[in-house]
Ligand binder design. Structure first.
Ligand code: EPZ
Length: 418
């Protein structure tokens, strides 16, 4: 298993490019199951989760391959409607093939994704929504067996915002008979990116970027070309990398509007942040104050930036109270940050960070999940001495060569192949 070694103390400066969004690319790739033909994508990031999705699509009969800066998906009569456990287990978003397979073939046998480090990750909201559209569902041997003659439109009101649930039911509704209304839909930019692709394919979806989506089912869809939006979580992570070291870093090819909750909190803490059309710059800052954050669905503070922001607050003057309201177990980076001599106490949903500039000391630490691994690397940038982050396969699921990007900004960071 690879490890990442960080020598703390370097100030990061310069420009760094944002890759395409993992959490947008995944549903976009599953949407290709909705019709035959050749899809041409651009800005699909080179990540383990994309490789896992390609493997699952291949198993179903949709062939995906990178061709230069393009990512081609050729779909011809998907023959297998079964998404096996060993593929879905590796990448939970595999559950997103449920909606497209049901819509197109009236049948899907999809492994329950199971939980992960940050929570039990249930899919009850996905399944309840499919039932509203007329699907018959049966759980057997860890698989969802779903079937329907023809999906029909219905009214869905999510009792809690679910990104994947919204994406799954949108992909089911676009080929259903009649109109579907989804209320309390997730408004994440990745959901909007999926709506934009589906409308290019001939779907009739109104209400993009809002929490109420109105979908008129159509008979057929066609393949399309699409460029994936930039990864707002990677962009936020890179911005924090500049901030935590007191440097000046410009993140390019990003969407500042997608990061307003983060930049608001960083400004509140004392940072000077400026932005242009597709860049955000954090300016040099000698010292910043603690500030409180509660994670929330978009446009609130992204739960996927909570761990990274916590690393930043370990260097703040004063205390920060960080409340994680989305997942039930998303503080596993706390004990690892404390191994680096941070001073953080936490209960289930709330962490209290007592900041102290320069207090971190390098040590071996363990990545437990995707965003926690980024948080530990950020902390290593300012810890005295060497920090070794183990189990970085978590990192590779969601970041495209993060250590290379940090190195290009002046960080002393390397990967040891293990
Ligand atoms: C997506 O996960 C993202 N993953 C997550 O990013 C992100 O943290 C999350 O949205 C929240 O923004 C992808 O897009 C591939 P949810 P998803 O359904 O769709 C509960 C990362 O680091 N819930 O919005 O699985 C659930 O337990 C990953 O890139 C139900 O109770 O998240 C959670 O508490 C981590 N029943 C909350 O809702 C359901 O049927 C939000 O989950 C579905 C969800």
């Amino acid at each position: 298993m690879d490890r990442i070694i960080v020598q703390g103390g370097e100030v990061l400066n310069g420009q760094v490019h944002t890759s395409g969004s993992k959490n947008s690319a995944l549903p976009l790739l599953f949407a290709t199951l909705l019709c035959d033909g050749k899809f041409i994508f651009k800005n699909i990031p080179d990540l383990k989760d994309i490789d896992s999705t390609r493997e699952l699509l291949g198993h179903l009969g949709a062939i995906a391959a990178r061709d230069g800066d393009k990512y081609i998906v050729s779909v011809k009569d998907v023959r297998d409607h079964r998404a096996p456990y060993d593929l879905v287990r590796k990448m939970r978003a595999g559950i997103l093939c449920l909606g497209p397979l049901l819509a197109r073939y009236g049948e899907a046998i999809v492994s329950l994704p199971g939980g992960c480090a940050i929570g039990t990750r249930p899919i009850d909201k996905h399944l309840d929504a499919m039932k509203v559209l007329g699907a018959e569902l049966d759980i057997q041997d860890g698989y969802v067996h779903a079937k329907v003659k023809k999906l029909r439109g219905g009214n869905i009101v999510f009792d809690g915002v679910t990104v994947g649930g919204t994406e799954n039911v949108i992909m089911a509704a676009v080929l259903a008979e009649g109109e579907t209304i989804i209320e309390n839909a997730a408004k994440e930019p990745e959901v909007t990116d999926l709506v934009d692709l589906l409308n290019k394919m001939g779907a009739k979806i109104q209400g993009r970027t809002t929490s109420i989506l109105k979908i008129q089912g159509v008979e057929k869809l066609c393949p399309a070309e699409h460029t994936v939006i930039p990864d707002r979580i990677e962009a936020g992570t890179l911005l924090i990398a500049g901030a935590i070291t007191g440097g000046e870093v410009t993140v390019t090819n990003c969407v500042p509007q997608h990061l307003e909750a983060l930049t608001f909190k960083m400004r509140e803490s004392g940072f000077n942040i400026s932005s242009e059309a597709d860049t955000i710059t954090v300016h040099r800052c000698k010292g910043w104050n603690g500030t409180d954050v509660t994670t929330a669905p978009f446009p609130g503070f992204a739960t996927d930036l909570q761990a990274q922001f916590m690393a930043l607050m370990t260097q703040a003057e004063g205390t920060s109270i960080i409340t994680e309201s989305i997942f039930e177990n998303r503080f596993m980076h706390v004990q690892e940050l404390n191994r680096l001599n941070a001073n953080i106490a936490h209960r289930t949903q709330v962490a209290v960070v007592r900041g102290r500039k320069g207090g971190l000391k390098g040590a071996p630490v363990m990545a437990t999940d995707l965003r926690a691994s980024a948080s530990l690397i950020l902390a290593g940038l300012v810890a005295e001495g060497e920090t070794e982050v183990a189990r970085v396969y978590h990192l590779d699921r969601g970041y495209e060569r993060l250590e290379k990007k940090l190195e290009s900004l002046g960080a002393k960071v390397s990967r040891i192949r293990g």
